[in-house]
Design a protein around this ligand. Sequence first.
Ligand code: SF4
Length: 133
Amino acid sequence: MIQRKKSLQCRHVDAGSCNACEQELTALLSKELDIQHYGIDIVASPRHADALLVTGPVTDTMQPALKKVWEAVPKPRQLIAVGDCAAGCGVFQKAYASHGGVDKVLEKPDQTILGCPPDPEKILDTLRELMNS
Ligand code: SF4
């Protein structure tokens, strides 16, 4: 019997973040954390993704693009809110052009990684748990 290796391909959308969450996502690709070593990667196309990582509170400008990307991710799929803003409890939750979190625009996330910004090790642990579930 062939032993299948697990992997998790993620597409990321910055839905109006301050960019600190992106800095932590970038750290996942560093040699210290090296997500690819675990079989996790960030992909360029949503059609190649198993999971969508969303950062930011979802601004008016980003809402249509975020919806299109989510529609393009094939099922079964996972929605992951990365950071307090995407989780609906961030500092930009009530800003004038903010929808206040990914659940207001798409659906309740399968995973929520809290923090402002979240620790990259916490992001990695969550992705690994998701991959092995
Ligand atoms: S959660 Fe914090 S770090 Fe992330 S986008 Fe919002 S304000 Fe920036």
